[in-house]
Design a protein around this ligand. Structure first.
Ligand code: PMP
Length: 447
């Protein structure tokens, strides 16, 4: 048979990985020094779990356009785009000008500023589900507040038994709302019903069983962190119909996916939730999050009403974030720019998958538009089981090969394109993947 023996493939994969790891360590001595310094005052040298990778993470010293430079002087094309927050590339001139202008006027007022209402209006005009919106400092906080609001909404509608929230296996809504490995010890202590993503019958059955107890269903219309697992439109529509019939608040976490069409994935798919959470790029690349939705739900937070819910936060209307957000979301990532970036991403992903198919390797890219994730499997990516079937070692080898080729990518194979990536840089990314597939072909065989 021409299929290599799996034990041999595995041992070859292990030695290729060890070699790649060593080459990475050898070419990044200054980053190693910085990592050792960081370990003196931070657990594991880390303040953001996602940015840890073995043997040690690189230290970035500069970004410009679609490029990054590390402390050892290597140059990279940035296809990670700060896990979707970096959609504008680095130091976009329009956002830069807005921040400069804001800096000239001071930035901690303890008062309302002129940009917050502008940014709110831009969002409400673009996102179909959002009548009213509130700002937070992160996507995590947006989700925490959306859940709190949905819970009180259910209580005030007389659904006092509704104390649980349905989430999905693989869902990520922030470090305290994390269901990738079935639940996290640091999750906020709600009672969760964890349903199988994209499984229409399984989820419908859980909604029937727990319907009375659920105040919210929280889900991403495409699971991002879990590996760009697109939600089937039929599945999302079923959740919409069932939650509506049962009076459960449906919350779309579009912290990542709002970039995928002018009005988010909800607009593209025509599935409109009751509430939506946002974050990442909408704040122009500054710390940002938001939760919004139907007027009757969001009015719970109206401070002119009796029994209104508190929603505080010193930095909710941060002058720099609001200025950067109005410039970025309003002037740079316009509906036309969103259409263009996602069309470009769609083409690049198709080309990458054609390369993988051509060489018959167990490697592929799932995603929608400008977001994609590499998977070292030949199974079509439709469920959590398909993602789990991928080889983590092959994916780690991909990471090291990309870094060595000057492509800045996430350890987990995640890609979020930014608008500064031109044709030449897009070609370099495709060429680097092609080289990986060709060079590593023997190691990328289906189990
Ligand atoms: N929701 C989703 C879907 C996310 O991908 C993330 C972050 N990757 C968050 C929420 C949390 O956002 P933040 O990191 O700004 O707290």
């Amino acid at each position: 048979s021409d299929v290599p023996d799996q034990a041999l493939v595995n041992s070859d994969l292990q030695s290729a990985l060890a070699e790649a790891r060593q080459a990475y360590a050898d070419s990044n001595p200054k980053s190693l020094d910085r990592h050792r310094e960081a370990c003196e005052a931070m657990p594991g040298g880390n303040t953001r779990t996602t940015l840890h990778n073995s043997p040690f993470p690189l230290t970035v010293v500069r970004g410009e356009g679609c490029r990054l430079w590390d402390v050892d002087g290597h140059e990279y094309i940035d296809v990670l785009g700060e896990y979707t927050a970096g959609i504008y590339g680095h130091s976009h001139p329009v956002i830069r000008a807005a921040i400069d202008k804001a800096l000239n006027h001071g930035w901690n007022y303890g008062g309302r500023n002129e940009n917050e209402a502008r940014l709110a209006k831009l969002i409400a005009d673009r996102m179909p589900s959002i009548d009213l919106v509130r700002f937070t400092n992160s996507g995590t906080e947006g989700n925490v507040m959306a859940l709190a609001g949905a819970r009180v909404f259910a209580q005030r509608k007389g659904r006092s038994g509704a104390t649980k929230v349905m989430v999905f296996h693989g869902g990520y809504h922030g470090g305290v709302l994390y269901f990738v490995s079935g639940g996290s010890p640091v999750n906020v202590p709600y009672e969760y019903v964890v349903a199988p993503y994209n499984d229409v019958e399984g989820t419908r059955a859980l909604l029937a069983k727990h319907g009375e107890e659920l105040f919210a269903v929280l889900l991403e219309p495409m699971q991002g962190s879990h590996g760009c697992l697109p939600g089937d439109v039929g599945f999302l529509k079923m959740v919409r119909e069932e939650t509506k019939a049962r009076g459960i608040t449906m919350i779309f976490d579009e912290v990542m996916t709002s970039r995928l069409s002018p009005g988010g994935l909800q607009e593209k798919h025509g599935v409109i939730p009751d509430m939506t959470t946002l974050g990442k790029y909408i704040g122009g690349g500054m710390s940002f999050g938001a939760f919004g939705g139907r007027r009757d739900i969001m009015e719970l937070f109206d401070p002119t009403k009796a029994d209104s819910l508190p929603h505080a936060g010193t930095f909710n209307n941060n002058a720099l974030t609001m200025a950067a957000g109005v410039a970025g979301y309003g002037e740079v990532y316009t509906p036309a720019a969103a259409a263009e970036l996602n069309a470009r991403g769609e083409k690049i992903r198709q080309r990458l998958n054609a390369i993988c198919a051509n060489d018959k390797v167990a490697f592929q890219f799932s995603g929608v538009g400008s977001m994609m994730t590499a998977h070292a499997t030949s199974r079509p990516i439709r469920t959590a089981a398909d993602i789990a079937a991928g080889s983590q070692d092959a994916k780690e080898l991909f990471f090291f090969d990309m870094m060595a080729a000057g492509i800045w990518i996430a350890r987990r194979g995640f890609v979020a394109l930014n608008i500064m990536i031109g044709d030449a840089e897009g070609e370099r990314f495709v060429a680097a993947v092609e080289e990986f597939v060709t060079a590593r072909k023997a190691l990328l065989q289906a189990k």
